[in-house]
Design a protein around this ligand. Structure first.
Ligand SMILES: *[C@@H]1O[C@H](CO)[C@@H](O)[C@H](O)[C@H]1NC(C)=O
Ligand SMILES: *[C@@H]1O[C@H](CO)[C@@H](O)[C@H](O)[C@H]1NC(C)=O
Ligand SMILES: *[C@@H]1O[C@H](CO)[C@@H](O)[C@H](O)[C@H]1NC(C)=O
Ligand SMILES: *[C@@H]1O[C@H](CO)[C@@H](O)[C@H](O)[C@H]1NC(C)=O
Length: 398
């Protein structure tokens, strides 16, 4: 319904300026799922399922060791950020996307999903379309239930004792919480490569986070237990359509969508943008959406239930901070001065709490929050940091 209307409006506006729109521009990768994308791009991918102890069934993908490789250099697990999915590590395409680059370098590559996103809408007993209880979760459950199930599964299948974790944004947050709450997992992570890492958001300028901050006051469960920003929903459908209509829409989409996350010098190129919008957003729960508002307001603390319940549960009016002294695994962070979500000031605060972490701040000061996933300079700026660290224990910040 909404598609034809939007396209018509769009075409009317542009034709009024005498601009010819090619409605059938070729965007074959836009609507492909993980397996289909990998296949289209000339890679092999396997579908796996992980079931958490509370019954969530999560889609997990593997790009098995590249045929060109005789031995595996190790296991890399990619985890996506808020509203996103495993597909992020394929979207920019061969030679440019995280998972393809690691596969080319002879790593056994896995890409996971957390509960509630496009590949995480499945459960042994609950129906995400009918049961509101399905949506009663936030980063704490992703950290303490999804991640252990995923990590255990990947280590078992790859017959390894340790993996390298590549996490964007919220993916860093949840591994921090896991290693704080279940410190035995520190031993399973060789290194965490945190790109655009988030924990404190005191200095985040991203407008959605500001909004979440305002909205995050205590809400009834009837509101919290719902789905938001799902793939194929009212935000993603029109965005992906408008933004793949024509090259003319590119500056507008690029501007509106990504200026919000940090203006970039079109790191996300014209061919990649429609593919991004075909795969993002990918959905989460309202409770998780608002949880990020709490973090913006309160700092990196446990769930805020409101004063009375906090007193009962935590024995204090405000929730306690996560104990990051227990996160002993090594972290390698990459940040940018133009990231409107993960501000370098906030990353530095996080690092003061972590026993073993270091940070590369990119010298390219235009790099934005999503450029760490979709930018054309990933193979120049981002992946070499990790690959060099894994090969030699050293790296040079770009
Ligand atoms: C849900 O999980 C089951 C069991 O792993 C799987 O067979 C099924 O295809 C999944 N359904 C969806 C909609 O993903
Ligand atoms: C798993 O790893 C252990 C120790 O590295 C090795 O002895 C064993 O043969 C491996 N098993 C498989 C199935 O590869
Ligand atoms: C950080 O972790 C690395 C890898 O495990 C280790 O070699 C190094 O000694 C650690 N550094 C500190 C300060 O703990
Ligand atoms: C990061 O935070 C500082 C201090 O609040 C602010 O001046 C700067 O503009 C922020 N950077 C971005 C990219 O939002």
């Amino acid at each position: 319904m909404i598609r034809p209307v939007l396209i018509t409006v769009f075409c009317m506006i542009y034709s009024a300026f005498g601009i010819n729109i090619d409605l059938f521009e070729d965007t074959p990768r836009r609507d492909l799922t993980f397996i289909e994308l990998a296949d289209y791009d000339g890679f092999t991918a396997e579908q796996h399922y992980v079931t958490t102890e509370d019954g969530y069934i999560l889609g997990l993908f593997r790009i098995p060791l590249n045929e060109k490789c005789t031995t595996s250099k190790g296991t890399i697990l990619f985890m996506h950020g808020l509203y996103l999915s495993s597909d992020d590590c394929l979207v920019p395409g061969p030679g440019k996307a995280h998972c393809y680059i690691y596969s080319d370098q002879c790593y056994d590559v896995w890409a996971a999903n957390v509960r509630g996103n496009f590949y995480g809408r499945n459960h042994t007993t609950l129906n995400p379309d009918k049961d509101s209880a399905f949506w009663d979760f936030d980063i704490d459950e992703m950290a303490t239930r999804d991640l252990p199930a995923i990590i255990d599964y990947v280590l078992m299948e790859s017959n390894e004792t340790q993996l390298t974790y590549v996490g964007h944004s919220q993916a860093v947050t949840i591994l921090l919480i896991l290693c704080s709450k279940k410190p035995e997992y520190n031993a399973n992570i060789k290194v965490g490569f945190g790109i655009s890492p988030t924990a404190w958001l005191d200095n985040s300028r991203f407008i959605v986070i500001q909004l979440q901050g305002v909205l995050s006051q205590t809400f009834p469960n009837s509101i919290l237990r719902k789905e938001i920003l799902k793939r194929g929903g009212i935000v993603q459908e029109p965005a992906k359509f408008i933004c793949s209509v024509s090259g003319i829409s590119y500056p507008i989409c690029s501007g509106v969508y990504f200026a919000l996350l940090g203006y970039n010098q079109f790191q996300i190129t014209k061919d990649v943008l429609p593919v991004v919008l075909g795969h993002a957003p990918s959905g989460t729960s309202v409770k998780n959406f608002l949880r990020w508002g709490q973090i913006h307001n309160n700092g990196f603390r446990e769930y805020d239930h409101g004063t009375i319940k906090n007193l009962i549960i935590y024995g204090s009016r405000t929730p306690p901070e996560y104990d990051l002294s227990k996160v002993t695994m090594p972290w390698l962070f990459a940040g940018s001065h133009n990231d409107y979500v993960a501000n370098v000031t906030d990353i530095n605060l996080l690092m003061t709490k972590l026993p073993n972490s270091s940070l590369c701040v990119l010298s390219d000061t235009t790099f934005g929050h999503l450029d760490f996933l979709f930018g054309k300079d990933i193979p120049n700026y981002i992946t070499p940091i990790l690959l060099s660290y894994l090969d030699t224990g050293k790296y040079v910040c770009p």
